[in-house]
Design a protein around this ligand. Sequence first.
Ligand code: 3HC
Length: 678
Amino acid sequence: MTSPIRTERHDNVLVVISDNPPVNALGQAVRAGLKDAIEEAMSDDAIEAVVIRCDGRTFFAGADITEFGKPPVGPNLPETLDAMEASDKPVVAAIHGTALGGGCEVALACHYRVAVPSAKLGLPEVKLGLIPGAAGTQRLPRLVGAEAALPLVVGGNPISARKAQGIGLVDEIVGEDSLEADAIAFAKSKIGQPVPRASEGTANGDGVRDPDLFDRFRASQARKIRGFDAPNAAIEAVKAAGTMSYAEGVKKERELFTELMSGTQSAAMRHYFFAERAANKIDDVPKDTPLIPIKKVGVIGAGTMGGGISMNFLSAGIPVTILEMSQDALDRGTGTMRKNYENTAKKGRMTADQVEQAMGLLTPTLSYDDLADCDLVIEAVYESMDVKKEVFGKLDEVVKQGAILASNTSYLDVNEIAAATQRPGYVVGMHFFSPANIMKLLEVVRGEKTRDDVLATVMKLSKTIGKVAAVSGVCPGFIGNRMLSKRQEQANALIMEGANYWEVDEVLLDFGFPMGPFQMGDLAGIDIGWHRDPSKVTTVREALCAVGRFGQKAGKGFYDYDEARQRTPSDEVKQIIADFAAKEGKEQREILKDEIRERLLYPMVNEGAKILEEGMAQRASDIDVVWINGYGWPLYTGGPMFWAQTIGLDKVVEGLEKHDLPVSNYLRERSAGSGKFD
Ligand code: 3HC
């Protein structure tokens, strides 16, 4: 097999080039090639400097994740990088695309780094439940200081080449189209000078001068890193760079890395990495399906949903025509969108110019005719089949042939909606999650007649607007809400049987969800869908509405809220629930947290199994993608289906039986078989 690494000589500079598509991952052959290339440079007196660069779309984007968990084959990355750094001839990393993880560590082991303006650098290992494992946690702080290194290693988000230059991670920004030539010139300018080695830096003494730095940083990240093991390990590793010798620091990094690699969190997060990418692929839609160009989007409804949906496209530079029924509603909707953008700008995440640019792409209208030349129209109106059918009928008449008509419905039958048009093949569900400009998930609902090019286009578009998409078949509630309803059923039953509602919430918080079902009810508003007749009380929710406990907006719902929106359980609600249970003849008993957890989560897994059996999801990992991105299922467990496999499908079956809950045949089969869903 030919090596993915080749070398080219430019006078006295050896250019080492990696060609390992798609992202130049640092697999065994790449590592071996790099090591050989360094030896070639060292053993040749005619070579006085080295440039390392990559062909294709990016500099090394990291270790090869597919090798993780398999027996290691040498040379390993740390030893390859040590050999590189040990060189007395200057070694220059020439960076384009994304220098991530092991790729960033390659750059750190080089003596200098030059990058094109569009390049990004980062250490995203925490997103795989890991920390950098090739001395990144030791070289980076020694190069840029512990304070600048902490957010990179612990947060895992890449930074731009210019920002990297600002902290001393990049030495020079070079021409976007002249990376190699500029890197060679840079390397030549360093010949004869002593080489700077990151490992010999001092971490700027930050960690030593300011011993509280690490605790302060940990406290500032508390909410973000709750439940995750890797960020804490990352802080420990950077701290080691500030307080230990390089050799000891590297040893510490290795210990932490090895422990994380063998843990369940990293396995779950690596599963998720591939799950997210798999979810964007539709098995029976050919890869080369031609796409429908989407140059202009129409959105019907300028409420919270319609406004949020529109912002996704505007932010991506795609013009949007937004339609409402009245000028008032239109003004209110577009006003809210502007306010949202301006708030983002206030937080420094957008410039004032960008706000104007985005809003400049928006055309408000009251007339359906203005949607005629849109390539995609997304309807975000009231959830009523009659209303939707009317809207789609109208759209079918006015919007040009070949354009996609999408519904943002969260549970209605997309086939029935499609049947209201003469072009059911062009109808698809695009279920966004609120707030639609922020939530990552896009559930793409595939109707019976939805065409391949429509699906392929929507999947591609989801990436353009920064969403994570997963495909669902047509069934009530699709993947996400269908499973949510099973959890809600149990939550409601549990409080009738004597569980405290705050304990139900606590169980989910402890599991890693950002909130529980009753907190969620308070946040969304308990009165949503309420019939507004206080004398008609058939559910706990109706009982709460009857006494004005509408949720956070009323200062009270399931919980009482103070001015800072801090919640405390309410005696009044406890009494309402107890009275209600008595009226229903429900016996109250003490319910332990284990039972609560099992009854909330196992039925979701069972429903997920049914969704798979019916072919409503293509693969179990798609269900994980839906729940992690749309409902706050903790990423470090890998999603409901992966989590169920981790704890054992037999345990889930047993738990469901113990609580007299239904067990699907498919779950039983999988439990008795491989113990895996996919
Ligand atoms: N290893 C193996 N495969 C990888 C990979 C990696 N590090 N990074 C990406 N791929 C694969 C993807 O699975 C995908 O495969 P597919 O086409 O079969 O689905 C393909 O490369 C293209 O990836 P994307 O679809 O994600 O392409 P994008 O252009 O959207 O994104 C990227 C490119 C920003 C590089 C993104 O792929 C990414 O973030 N990759 C992971 C980066 C990372 O986490 N690096 C750290 C690895 S851990 C490490 O380095 C440990 C070290 O410290 C020892």
